[in-house]
Design a protein around this ligand. Structure first.
Ligand code: GLC
Length: 400
């Protein structure tokens, strides 16, 4: 059989998206991976909307409208967007709801909504306005519930919120040393139950010395989302609100920059404040959020190009010389196409065009040669985890 081409992969991708879950007009979402992930996940749907916008504007809008449909409507967490929507009501007893979770995921809805709007042929301003109101409430919720010290950096209260479920950077905060994947899974479920008791309240969690971390990447993504929200407000003619969101984005950007400069040295660059001391790729997300000055950006990019991150098949989430690095184990050192896409955007933002090109070419090649998978081995390129992971379709956005 001849080697697959990008065209073959795109065809495969479209078939995969036809596999999506749509029931009447009520909701519509893309399975992250059929068979493995049967529900709707927040950041997956943001990435999937960007992919869908390549061939179906209205389906891309539906993806985002569905992901915000289960926004929390009352109680202290009013405004939160759940990291999972269970459209079949089968959340078991993990959460206080049967149809949604009580925690969130990296906030990218405004970024995705802006891209979908910009890419669409017909500019649907009423859709944009409706989703804007919801995203605005979501960011208000972050300020109210997740930034107790008002330093502009929000806390996450579960590794699931980071999207990097089993990363070594959470081991210490979870209180486990050199865990197996099974032990980590059990620890995450235990923590979900503990959060029910603590009512997802940051003060209670901090008082009990629980899992509360202010990750660089999560906050950098939030800065980008606040910026996108500000731009959407401008499109909608809400200049005052746009200025408010812009100022908030700026505060977050400065706070992330401060974190990075405090921990800045070549071997410490990946450290997380108030989290584990494990180096990891999270620092590179600062570029996506526009969080660093040019000089600091140059240093980050120098670290990024080091072969401990820029592997045969870039980029490894855990440096390959780290004692925890495992090329084939879920989040312990693999390539994730969604992260490559975010970092690619960040490199472009700072004008590192040649490197951005190199990253996009390597990413496209990886997916074309090995197919759509949840994650990849950074040394061999072999696809791992769930086959047919939708978000790996982001490679089509990177074809130039
Ligand atoms: C895994 C990933 C998470 C993702 C979900 C669905 O749990 O760690 O980031 O959202 O799968 O793809």
């Amino acid at each position: 059989m001849p080697n697959p081409t990008a065209h073959d992969r795109i065809r495969e991708l479209k078939q995969l998206f036809e596999n999506d879950k749509c029931t009447g007009k009520l909701y519509c979402y893309t399975l992250p991976a059929a068979g493995v992930y049967p529900h709707q996940w927040l950041w997956d749907s943001c990435f999937n909307a960007v992919i869908l916008s390549h061939w179906d504007d209205s389906r891309a809008k539906q993806e985002l409208s569905s992901v915000v449909a289960k926004q929390i409507q009352s109680g202290p967490d009013k405004g939160m967007l759940p990291h999972m929507n269970y459209w079949d009501n089968k959340a078991d007893n993990l959460w206080t709801y049967t149809d949604r979770s009580n925690i969130t995921q990296p906030p990218l809805v405004a970024v995705a909504a802006k891209l979908v709007y910009e890419n669409s042929k017909e500019k649907d301003i009423s859709w944009l306005s409706e989703i804007y109101q919801k995203i605005a409430l979501y960011h208000d919720w972050f300020d109210r519930r997740r930034d107790r010290d008002r330093d502009g950096l929000v806390s996450i209260i579960h590794p699931w919120e980071s999207g990097w479920d089993a990363s070594p950077r959470w081991d210490e905060a979870l209180g486990i040393d050199h865990p197996t994947l099974e032990e980590l899974k059990k620890a995450r479920v235990r923590l979900a139950f503990k959060l029910q008791e603590q009512e997802y309240d940051l003060m209670s969690i901090e008082n009990e010395n629980g899992f509360a971390v202010e990750p660089i990447d999560f906050n950098a993504i939030r800065a980008a989302d606040l910026e996108a929200l500000s731009q959407i407000a401008n499109i909608l003619g809400r200049a005052n609100e746009a200025e408010g969101w812009r100022l908030k984005a700026h505060k977050t950007q400065l706070a992330v920059e401060h974190e990075i400069s405090v921990y800045h040295s070549t071997d410490l660059i990946g450290k997380q404040s108030k989290a584990s001391l494990e180096p990891n790729l999270a620092f590179a997300l600062a570029l996506f959020g526009g969080c660093v000055n040019k000089e600091l950006a140059n240093s980050l990019v120098a670290v990024l190009q080091n072969k401990i991150f820029w592997t045969n098949h870039p980029l490894s989430t855990t440096p390959i010389d780290d004692e925890h690095f495992l090329a084939t184990a879920y989040w312990r050192g693999n390539v994730w196409i969604n992260l490559n896409w975010l970092i690619w955007k960040g490199l472009q933002r700072y004008g590192f065009d040649i490197l951005a090109d190199e990253l996009s070419k390597a990413t496209v090649k990886l997916v074309v040669e090995h197919g759509l998978w949840e994650y990849y081995n950074p040394i061999t390129g072999k696809g791992l985890g769930a086959p047919g992971q939708s978000w790996s379709g982001l490679f089509i956005d990177m074809i130039r």
